[in-house]
Design a protein around this ligand. Structure first.
Ligand code: MV4
Length: 502
């Protein structure tokens, strides 16, 4: 069994910090890499050693496998943690790391490559009794043949790129007359985006929920699942809110989907932390979509409900340790909610908003976790993902996790840039979300008019407005500014809002 002394984290931002924290607790030294835009970043300061790997653009720094490998060798690291994004699902990089005698904290290059192809993944799990959406299990090339197949499956159908994932290169086709044109678009999109024009077709599930199962495998053949995350609140294939457990899975369905996820992992001899994605239709039929061979952004909600540290588990597995628990040992306790705080303006079509974090004060208190990589006064670089933080709340049940999320959003003080915090509050307060009756069409269906965020201030402000109106109508014999202050002081309004109103 190996014992890592030093690991390099090939990433930036919140996830680099997240990984280093667990390494530190395990007594493992850390090496940060950074781009010229990240000299002042927290992950650089947190690490025991840090090396600049190039200019700001990712392809000149965080994606430079050759440079990163050189750093690994020069500094004598035992292992590399890739985080998510960047090189995390790059089979070639994983292979190069291993060939250099360094451990890649993740699955084998073969598993990464297999799951990187949707068609290969489908073929690999074919003998494992995994439900899949009706469709083709091979790339379609002949338009006439594909049209016949689509007709027999029944419209609407979906054309998907085999090398895709995350929604890229997908086309919905409503009727046979549109098929040829849409197929040409899909093939050319897939070719330019992935260098692989292979596409296949599936029956289109109109309003699915996105449910994914966390799995964990060791090098001794043990694989368990850590239950589900519901990630249906998405915008253009970008997740905004995730939670665990899902509001709609029964214990039976959870066990069934969990078993399928474990079998998908078995089909590719999976090692480490991975995620198996499913669609759930309105009749609660589930279908395997794809497997993500990395630690996911939303892993904290799973940590909250299982009590496990997924990064520590990844590191232990990579050191060759067997899992210290079996499926029967795992239980769900409580409910966790995650809001991705993006530097985007939800009132302006979620346009990325760059700038300086003039004010940045995190919410605190029982059941609140903030994973971030910024401090007050820092500038959000334009070169990378606009996610500035993950706000995670944990309560005894779903209602408590939601209430805590609203409280935490109100406490969170960010100025200088627009963020998705108000949008998060809108969702948390929405009846469809609170009741659990929602799917991947939530935003499209209920967020048609973004002025609700501007036009409907939070309840405290509405109350204040009502009192002020009364004051000005002469019902109360006091001066308006004094009333504003006293109302603010007694209405449970956050200090931040009080100050803004003063
Ligand atoms: C689908 C689908 C409906 N029917 N497949 C989108 C991302 C990729 N992982 C798969 N996706 C979908 N595949 C069939 N046969 C609808 C989606 C989809 C979706 C899935 C999960 C979460 C959000 C989504 C938003 C739009 C479409």
């Amino acid at each position: 069994m190996k014992q890592f002394k030093k690991i390099l984290v090939a990433n930036r931002g919140e996830i680099a910090l997240r990984v280093m924290r667990s390494a530190k607790e395990m007594g493992i030294k850390t090496v940060a890499i950074y781009s010229e835009a990240d000299r002042q970043a927290l992950h650089v300061r947190y690490a025991d050693e840090a090396v600049c790997v190039g200019p700001a653009p990712s392809n000149q720094s965080y994606l430079r496998a050759d440079v990163i490998l050189e750093v690994c060798k020069n500094l004598g690291v035992d292992a590399v943690h890739p985080g998510y994004g960047f090189l995390s699902e790059n089979a070639t990089f994983a292979k190069q790391v291993e060939e250099a005698g360094i451990t890649f904290i993740g699955p084998s290059p073969e598993a990464i490559e297999l799951m990187g192809s949707k068609l290969a993944a489908k073929a690999a799990v074919a003998n494992y009794n995994i439900p899949m959406v009706p469709g083709t299990e091979y790339a379609i090339t002949d338009v006439e043949e594909a049209k016949k197949l689509a007709t027999s499956i029944g419209f609407p159908i979906l054309i998907k790129a085999s090398a895709g994932g995350g929604g890229k290169g997908m086309r919905v086709v409503d009727q046979v007359s549109e098929f040829e044109e849409q197929m040409q678009v899909a093939v050319s999109e897939a070719t330019s985006a992935f260098g692989d024009g292979s596409v296949f077709i599936e029956k289109y599930i109109g309003s699915p929920r996105h449910i994914e199962i966390q799995v964990l495998g060791d090098t001794h053949g043990n694989i368990v699942h850590l239950f589900e995350r519901e990630c249906s609140i998405q915008r253009r294939h970008q997740k905004v809110i995730e939670e665990a457990p899902s509001a709609v899975l029964t214990p039976e369905l959870r066990a069934e989907m969990g078993l399928c996820a474990v079998n998908v992992a078995k089909a590719c001899n999976y090692i480490g932390a991975g995620t198996v994605e499913f669609l759930l239709d309105e009749n609660k039929n589930f279908y395997f979509l794809e497997m993500n061979t990395r630690l996911q952004v939303e892993h904290p909600v799973t940590e909250q409900i299982t009590g496990l540290d997924l990064v520590k588990e990844q590191i232990k597995v990579a050191q060759g340790e067997p899992l210290s628990f079996s499926q029967e040992d795992l239980t769900i306790t409580g409910h966790a909610m995650e809001l991705r705080v993006y530097a985007e303006d939800p009132t302006n079509n979620f346009l990325p908003d760059i700038g300086t974090l003039t004010t940045y004060k995190r919410p605190q208190g029982l059941g609140v976790r903030v994973d971030d990589g910024f401090e007050e006064g820092m500038e959000i670089p334009i070169y990378y993902d606009p996610m500035i933080a993950k706000l995670v709340t944990y309560g005894k049940d779903r209602a408590e996790a939601i209430d805590k999320m609203i409280r935490a959003i109100d406490e969170y003080q960010i100025t200088g840039i627009e963020t998705t915090l108000p949008f998060g509050k809108f969702v948390m307060q929405h009846e469809a979300f609170r009741s659990g009756d929602f799917d991947t069409k939530f935003i499209e269906r209920y967020f048609k008019d973004p002025t609700v965020l501007k036009g409907a201030p939070n309840k405290d402000e509405e109350e204040l407005a009502a009192v002020l109106a009364a004051v000005f109508a002469g019902k109360k014999k006091t001066t308006a500014p004094a009333a504003a202050t006293s109302v603010a002081a007694t209405s449970g309004m956050s200090d931040w809002r009080k100050n803004r109103l003063k």
